[in-house]
Design a protein around this ligand. Structure first.
Ligand code: GTP
Ligand code: MG
Length: 148
């Protein structure tokens, strides 16, 4: 199986959507491997979104990600990166189809509630930014025979 980094961004925490959004990932059959609430320092936000440095929305994006606590999690499962991107929908909430997280809960392009790694390679890098190895837990899940 594969791991991915998911963030429930500060808008999700402020809008009290953490439980609902976590449920969507859980019920798909993904397993939690790490979970915590983080007030991201600017340095972490810069590293996380380094690929967007220089874009017109970069400073606004950093302010957004550091504006309050973020729920960071590592989810594990079959094709976890692609599965999570599909659950999230498109970047722009307004263009994202109903049934996806952003399609159901977001209308903004920036305040779009969730982040998900876009490749297995980036997932490994991003997990290393947000979690120490000791914070990740390996365990067998009871229904793996059916859901795995
Ligand atoms: P992430 O999972 O958060 O990386 O989103 P994404 O992969 O769907 O989009 P992308 O990596 O292109 O952009 C990263 C984040 O920057 C988005 O999730 C938005 O929060 C924000 N963003 C992207 N495009 C724009 C834009 O045109 N304007 C503004 N203000 N923010 C943007
Ligand atoms: Mg991205």
């Amino acid at each position: 199986s594969q791991q991915t980094l998911i963030l429930l961004k500060p808008d999700a925490v402020q809008r009290r959507l953490v439980g609902e959004l976590l449920t969507r990932f859980e019920r798909k059959g993904l397993r939690l491997a790490g979970l915590k609430l983080v007030q991201a320092p600017r340095e972490l936000a810069e590293k996380h979104y380094a690929v967007h440095k220089g874009k017109p929305f970069y400073e606004s994006l950093l302010s957004f990600l550091t504006s309050g606590p973020t729920v960071a999690m590592v989810l594990e499962g079959r094709e976890a990166v692609a599965v999570c991107r599909n659950l999230m929908g498109l970047t722009d909430g307004a263009k994202s189809i109903p049934g996806t997280i952003r399609g159901d809960y977001a209308i903004s392009v920036q305040n779009n509630l969730v982040h998900g790694s876009d490749s297995p390679e980036n997932a490994t890098t991003e997990i290393g930014l947000w979690f120490t190895p000791a914070e990740l837990v390996k365990f067998d899940i009871v229904d793996a025979k059916w859901v795995g």
